[in-house]
Design a protein. Structure first.
Length: 85
């Protein structure tokens, strides 16, 4: 992932946490969507097939790790996917 995309993903993650709307599955806010493949290691929002809870992804851009982002943003982030990779 390019540095600008990683910075964007980190900013989005921070904004979500600061805004008090940090969500995890299955209670996903209607204005959010899961964006897979953009989380930095240890910054994912929920459990994956290979990690047990939020914040435990092992590598940057792990295909099954997601961040909850505002709807419509994921498609604008390089490497972002609405489905697990």
């Amino acid at each position: 992932m390019k540095k600008t995309n990683m910075a964007l993903a980190a900013t989005v993650s921070t904004l979500i946490a600061v805004g008090g709307t940090l969500v995890s599955s299955p209670a996903m806010a209607a204005s959010k969507e899961k964006c897979y493949g953009i989380a930095a290691a240890g910054q994912n929002d929920c459990a994956t097939k290979t990690s047990s809870c939020a914040g435990t992804s092992k590598v940057d851009n792990q295909g099954d790790a997601f961040l909850a982002v505002p709807k419509g943003l994921c498609d604008k982030i390089t490497g972002g996917s609405l489905t697990p990779k």
